[in-house]
Design a protein around this ligand. Structure first.
Ligand code: ADP
Ligand code: MG
Length: 253
């Protein structure tokens, strides 16, 4: 725990005249629950998109577990253990909760060709899906169509889908977006427990300050595509530049 898992060097991205990422230098440490915050348009999603491979960087380098992945396509990053979830819900609504998890588990297992006999494979896949359902607390909803879940549970399911790839590093883009306070508590407890298991490092993009300060071990603050703060929650609370950007937000006072 604590060793660098992802190193970002001088990353840049412009959309026309908007500099959405500006000379971003960051190191994400293994096992440290990290949040990326910043006002709307700060460049949070742009950064996640570049790191997960859905958006090419203009310049700079992304090094994951010692390997330069800057130009890698998404699926290669996923295979190496780098995943993300999206800001909008992204599940198959007509499929059951079980099947939503089973699809990525099957994909991963087929790819690795570790299990040749289909009967063994079936059992192993089922076991793995159930393990994930347990981790995310949706065992009793296994046979429920995803569309019948509450919005909060759909987002929880998305975390499960991301876990199916057995990721080393997961980016969650606003996992509590659109949730009520109860759902929020549930998913945050979930993420904290999963992080404590130590198999996956979580980086969360979030704008809710209560969430950020209660959950994170480290906070990175973006503003106009630049990193303006990086440290513990205490350091971020006391960072003058961050306070200036969030002036008036009661949680920072
Ligand atoms: P955040 O996620 O922090 O709200 P974004 O990364 O979505 O911020 O956006 C950062 C800036 O880049 C904003 O000014 C936004 O308008 C701009 N931007 C993001 N994506 C695109 C795009 N595909 N085309 C043009 N401008 C974009
Ligand atoms: Mg965003």
């Amino acid at each position: 725990m604590g060793a660098p898992i992802l190193v970002i060097e001088n990353l840049n991205k412009a959309f026309g005249r908007v500099q959405a990422a500006s000379n971003i230098d960051l190191t994400i440490d293994e096992g440290v629950l990290t949040s990326i915050i910043g006002p709307n348009g700060a460049g949070k999603s742009t950064l996640i998109n570049m790191l997960s491979g859905s958006l090419p960087a203009d310049s700079g380098r992304i090094v994951f577990q010692g390997t330069d992945i800057t130009d890698w396509p998404i699926h290669r990053r996923v295979r190496m253990g780098l995943c993300r979830s999206f800001q909008v819900v992204n599940v198959f609504p007509e499929l059951t909760v079980f099947d939503n998890i089973q699809i990525p588990v099957l994909t991963i297992n087929n790819r690795s060709r570790r299990m040749l006999r289909s009967i063994f494979k079936e059992t192993a896949v089922r076991r793995e899906v159930n393990e994930i359902l347990e981790k995310i607390g949706l065992v009793s909803e296994a046979r429920t169509p995803a569309s019948a879940l509450s919005h909060g549970d759909q987002r929880v399911l998305e975390v499960g889908i991301a876990l199916a790839a057995r990721p080393k590093l997961v980016f969650l883009d606003e996992p509590t977006a659109g949730m009520n306070p109860l759902e929020r508590v549930k998913i945050l407890d979930n993420i904290r427990q999963l992080s404590d298991l130590g198999q996956t490092t979580f980086v969360i993009v979030e704008h809710d300050m209560d969430v950020v300060f209660s959950l994170s071990q480290r906070v990175i603050v973006l503003h106009h595509g630049e990193v303006i703060g990086d440290g513990s929650t205490e350091e971020i609370r006391n960072n003058p530049r961050v306070r200036e950007v969030y002036l008036g937000e009661e949680v920072m006072v």
